[in-house]
Design a protein around this ligand. Structure first.
Ligand code: RB5
Length: 148
């Protein structure tokens, strides 16, 4: 189950991502926004991020103008590793190095075609497995726990 969220700037791209998910037979929950009326991205980012953090969704995809606002907001939720990616290298590394559980896309930055390609990579690239990457991910969790 994929959690989707956007603001007005990312709304249209989110609709395109939905078509891609449907073609791949992937289930999704759309946390809005549901049209192109101006809204505040942290609200929709938080709803989708909490669904990933509580396990009701497996991963998330968030869209705004730059991908930055939704990623900053999502990363405030414990357990979220949201990555704003603008190219295929970083989309792949977000999974293999960081076990990112949310992909953030900038509708005003990248083409819809590239956004779909990054979604494909994000969904179907296995998570980090090596000891060094797992150690670093655990250290991120330690930050959330106030260990350092
Ligand atoms: C909305 O104008 C824009 O600020 C928002 O979509 C996003 O790019 C913020 O980071």
């Amino acid at each position: 189950m994929i959690a989707l969220g956007s603001d007005h700037a990312g709304f249209e791209l989110k609709e395109i991502i939905k078509q891609f998910l449907e073609a791949k037979n992937e289930e999704y929950t759309d946390f809005g926004s549901f049209d192109a009326m101006p809204v505040d991205y942290p609200i929709f980012s938080a709803k989708a991020a909490r669904a990933v953090a509580d396990g009701s969704c497996d991963k998330g995809i968030l869209c705004c103008g730059t991908g930055i606002g939704v990623s900053i907001a999502a990363n405030k939720v414990d357990g979220i590793r949201a990555a704003c990616c603008n190219d295929e290298f970083t989309a792949k590394a977000a999974r293999t190095h960081n076990d990112a559980n949310i992909l953030c896309l900038g509708a005003r930055v990248i083409s819809a075609e590239l956004a779909v390609s990054l979604t494909d990579i994000f969904l179907y690239t296995a998570a980090a497995e090596s000891e060094r990457h797992l150690r670093r991910i655990k250290l991120i969790e330690d930050i959330e726990k106030g260990v350092f």
